[in-house]
Design a protein around this ligand. Structure first.
Ligand code: SF4
Length: 420
C-alpha cells in the first residue's frame, strides 16, 4: 500500500534502533488447513513425553485446578473417557479451554520444559475431549436444595457458576440478553474455536432441569430478581463495551465487537487498519485477512514484546503476513470519499511507560476499513451490595480459564454458605 514516505523512513530508522515498526512479511506458508486437534501419533507422543510429576506443577498453575498429570496418566493407560471426565469435573468448558487457553499457566509450569519443551497440555486436553467425551454431566443423584440463583449472562463465567451450583442442588436461571450462549467466545474466529466445540461443552453442562436459560432477557434492574424468589443474583455480564480511542473521527472506526460478531457484514478488501495489540486486535487482523483484505496493519501503542497475545496468535500473525507497527498510536481518522486516512504518532518507552514523541504525527492514507480493538469495558456496576459480580465484569479482562475460576470459587463460597 502507499505509505507516507516520511513515515516509512522514520519506521526504517526505528526498526534498526528500537524495533518500533516490525513487518511480519516473512515466510510463505499460510495459516489454512492446519488441524486444531492433535493427530493420533501426535497425541501418543505428547502423552509419552509426560513425566507424571507427583508434585503436579501443571495442576497447581491452573487457575481452575484442572489436573493434567491425572488426565494424561488416565489417557496413557488407555482410559480416554476417564481423562475426559477428570477434565470436565473441574472445567465445564474443557474442550473450548483446551483450544484457546494461553500457555502461561500449566505449560509454563510444566517440568518437561527443563528437559526440552513443555507438554502441549492445552492441545492434549482439547484432543482428549474431542475424542473421548461421549457423555453429559450426570445430575441424576443431585438432590435439589430449594435455593434459586439468578445469573445474568450466559458467557463462560455465568455457565461455569451454574454448572457448579446445579451439581450441588441449586436451581439456576440464566438471563441472557442475546440469543445464544457463549458470550465473548462467539467472537473468536471459528477456525481457532469452532462453534461445535462450544456447543459440545454446553450440552455437557445443560443436562438438568436445574439449569435453564432465558434468552433475549433485558434485566435492567437485577435487584428486582430478589423479590421474584431468587436467593442470590450473580452478575456475569463480561465486558460488552468497546473501549474508546478518544480521538477525532473515532466514530469512523468499527468496534471489534461489531466486526467480530458479523465480519461478513463489512466489505473487507484492500487495506485494513486495526488499532490495538491484544488478543481481540489479533483476532480482528486475522479475520480481516481471512475475509479478503490485501493488506492488514496493526497499530500497537507499546512494544512488540508487550503485545498481549498468545504464541499461537503471534505465530498466526506471522503466517498470515500481517504487519505490526509497534510504538504507534492514532491521532485522528478522516474519511475522504470511500477511503480512510489514519494519522498516527510514534511513542517511546521511557523506562516506566510509553510516551508520545513530539512531531512524529504522519498521515497514512488509503485504508478501506479501520477497526478499533484496544480493549473492553464492563457495564457500570449497580450499587446494590447484594449483587455478586463474577468473571470479567468483576476482575477486568482475563482469560477464559481465569473468568471461570472466579465463577467456580464464587459458586463454592455460596455452596458453603447454604450448607452452614
Ligand atoms: S508438569 Fe508436565 S510433565 Fe509433569 S505431570 Fe504435568 S504435564 Fe506431565
Amino acid at each position: 500500500m502507499p505509505i507516507n514516505k516520511a513515515y516509512l523512513l522514520m519506521s526504517v530508522f526505528f526498526d534498526d534502533i528500537l524495533s518500533f515498526r516490525f513487518n511480519f512479511n516473512v515466510g510463505k506458508k499460510m495459516a489454512e488447513n492446519k488441524s486444531i486437534y492433535l493427530s493420533k501419533p501426535q497425541l501418543e507422543a505428547e502423552l509419552n513425553r509426560c513425566l507424571n510429576c507427583k508434585n503436579m506443577p501443571c495442576m497447581k498453575a491452573c487457575p481452575i485446578k484442572c489436573n493434567p498429570q491425572a488426565f494424561i496418566a488416565a489417557a496413557k493407560n488407555g482410559n480416554g473417557e476417564l481423562s475426559a471426565k477428570l477434565i470436565s469435573d473441574e472445567n465445564p468448558f474443557g474442550q473450548t479451554c483446551g483450544l484457546i487457553c494461553p500457555d502461561k499457566f500449566c505449560m509454563k509450569a510444566c517440568t518437561r520444559r527443563l528437559v526440552d519443551f513443555p507438554i502441549n497440555i492445552t492441545k492434549v486436553q482439547a484432543t482428549l475431549m474431542e475424542k473421548f467425551r461421549n457423555f453429559k454431566y450426570d445430575y441424576s443423584n443431585v438432590v435439589p436444595n430449594g435455593k434459586k440463583i439468578a445469573i445474568i449472562g450466559a458467557g463462560p463465567s455465568g455457565i461455569a457458576a451454574a454448572y457448579f451450583l446445579a451439581r450441588n442442588g441449586f436451581k439456576c436461571v440464566i438471563f441472557e440478553r442475546g440469543s445464544q450462549i457463549g458470550g465473548a467466545l462467539n467472537l473468536i474466529p471459528h477456525e481457532r474455536l469452532p462453534q461445535d466445540a462450544i456447543m459440545k461443552d454446553w450440552e455437557f453442562v445443560n443436562n438438568s432441569d436445574l439449569i435453564s436459560v432465558v434468552f433475549e432477557a433485558d434485566v435492567s434492574n437485577p435487584s428486582e430478581l430478589f423479590s421474584q424468589g431468587f436467593d442470590e443474583v450473580l452478575i456475569a455480564g463480561g465486558e460488552p463495551n468497546c473501549a474508546k480511542l478518544n480521538i477525532e473521527g473515532e466514530e469512523l472506526a468499527v468496534s471489534y465487537l461489531e466486526y467480530l460478531a458479523q465480519p461478513e457484514k463489512y466489505i473487507t478488501k484492500g487495506n485494513v487498519a486495526v488499532i490495538g495489540g491484544g488478543n481481540v486486535a489479533a483476532d480482528c487482523a486475522i479475520v480481516a485477512q481471512a475475509q479478503g483484505a490485501v493488506y492488514v496493519e496493526m497499530f500497537v501503542r507499546r512494544g512488540l514484546s508487550d503485545m498481549r497475545i498468545t504464541p499461537a496468535e503471534r505465530h498466526e500473525i506471522l503466517e498470515r503476513k500481517i504487519n505490526v507497527s509497534a510504538g504507534t498510536s492514532p491521532d485522528k481518522i478522516i474519511k475522504t470519499g470511500e477511503k480512510y486516512s489514519l494519522y498516527v504518532h510514534k511513542n517511546r518507552f521511557n523506562g516506566e511507560k510509553w510516551l508520545p514523541i513530539s512531531d512524529t504525527s504522519v498521515e497514512l492514507p488509503d485504508f478501506d476499513l479501520v477497526i478499533r480493538a484496544i480493549g473492553a469495558k464492563a457495564d457500570e456496576k449497580q450499587v446494590d451490595l447484594r449483587l455478586i459480580y463474577i468473571g470479567d465484569c468483576k476482575t477486568g479482562g482475563s482469560t477464559l480459564v481465569e473468568a471461570m475460576a472466579d465463577a467456580k470459587n464464587t459458586a463454592f463460597e455460596l455452596i458453603k454458605k447454604y450448607q452452614a
